[in-house]
Design a protein around this ligand. Sequence first.
Ligand code: C2O
Ligand code: CU
Ligand code: CU
Length: 591
Amino acid sequence: MLTEGMPGGPGATPRLSRRRVLKSGLMAAAAPLLPLGLVPDLFDPSPGPTRRWPRFETPLEVPEYRRGANVRLTAREADVQILPGNATRMWTFDGSFPGPIIRRPAGHRTLLTVHHELPEDVGTLTIHNHGNHSTPENDGQPGNRVIAPGGYRTYEYELMEDGAPERAAFQWYHDHTHFRTGRNMWMGMVGGFIIEDDLERSLRLPRGEFDLPLIITDRRFDEDNQLEVAFAAPDRPNATPADALGTGYPPFDEAAGIGGAVLVNGIPEPVHEVAATRYRIRVLNASNFLPYNLTFANGMPFLQIATESGLLEEAIPRTHLLIGPAERAEFIVDFTGRTGEEIVLESVHLEPDFQPYTAPGVAPLMQFRVGKPHRRRMWSLPRTLRPKPYWVQELTEQVDRIWSFGFGTDTQGRMAWTVNGRTFDQNRMDARVERGSTETWMLLNTTPFPISHYIHLHLVDWQLLSRNGLFPREEGYGHDPAESGLKETFRIDPGEVIVIGTKFTDHLGPYMIHCHMLAHEDHGMMTNWEVVPEGGATPPEDPFSELTWIEQLRARTVIDEAQRTGRPASRATLENLPVPKLEADDFVCWL
Ligand code: C2O
Ligand code: CU
Ligand code: CU
């Protein structure tokens, strides 16, 4: 019964709420026997009756821009006005949530100094410039060159890639602390980082106030408007299961604003007065866990021009846009001729056939109120935007490495998220790649119950080569036309297999691959790979060789089925295969 109740549409089977699941004590049974059928119901994102803010009355705010070569940010506690009534105590950059947006020309050296003035018990911080081609020392990696409370650190960004200025892109910065990224970001430690360049400028896309960043985050609040927090971490070994936030432990470790508020630039359901002209809208999903399926309630189409890796080759007309944690999308929306209209941007259920297992957050996001036409000029709407870098031509479909995103249990029934059957270990290097080489990586989701992963790769941008054996331009399960462009975060539904390729054009040293659903990242689903000098490494003979043997079995079966059918491996396949056993010292220490 419950297993049939996949979040399908407004008319789907009634769902068991998380509250009831928790109370029923099912999750206390931490045996390897997973309550599989219940999982999809846990992610019911319908906002419920808890709305306690005015709808479409509070004006949208855009975070302050920082344009200088020397950016200083202080990480400090601040009371942020989010809901009516009490302000919310958050961990902010310079007192705002989201933090200020850094805005810099590509190729111009930029120094970011972060002062850590949060309370001592917050622990260390490390700030990652997500999407940037940073050296490892400046990449804000977990547990590496961290900032102690009371201290500060200066990150240096050249904003260069492959010897030339980086492509313009909507990047972002956030805390990346070992085991605590989810908690720290939930508490507020995120901000935008826009890189601009000449090619983009020559396109005459909407600029100034017509270039509008929207940062989406969901949060749950208690009666006093304070953030509800339930995160397991070394310093919170007995994190209490807060109702509706999960137990804090895998697989119920998600933190999402389920039943709470979806915020746009830190405001629930704001309104924005726009002129009847074209706007460039940049969306960043900075949520810990939930994807959103964006659409305008009046059905108006928009033109996607960019992914997280910058401009596409060609603009793509669309009416819906699925955007998962850490993904970015930019689009042009045309309000011309709509003076007087009130247009709602919302997140809706996905059509039944395209069924990601992590249900998107469903909510109205904001309203655009269209005023007079803008008299000065009409922004152009070029069809061709930015050519791909030359190396895309050099990629081959021959898979060099396999990364399998799954789940394991230890002998005591403790569970964790895994990559290749293992949990994160800072000191283990899972791959060495040569600088200057191109590689093709296969990423797949073997998780034994229905949950998608949003996998992010540091340092470089990637070209999707296939999804379940189909090319990115072919329609098929999970097809998204924008995946024809470069990206650095990819959705992988359970049983799905994607193949991506890149060229390691930049720095030497360690980088990571991880799920950007932050509870998954914090609870094992992350690993290290390293760029070494030319002649220093070759891909393994057998791309499966880094997988533990049970994970190999899962991976081979999933790959087989997905390639054969052009669809994700079935739920029965995923549930019937053995689940990897974690070794004691393989286990994450936060438990
Ligand atoms: Cu936005 Cu490694 O992360
Ligand atoms: Cu990153
Ligand atoms: Cu995940």
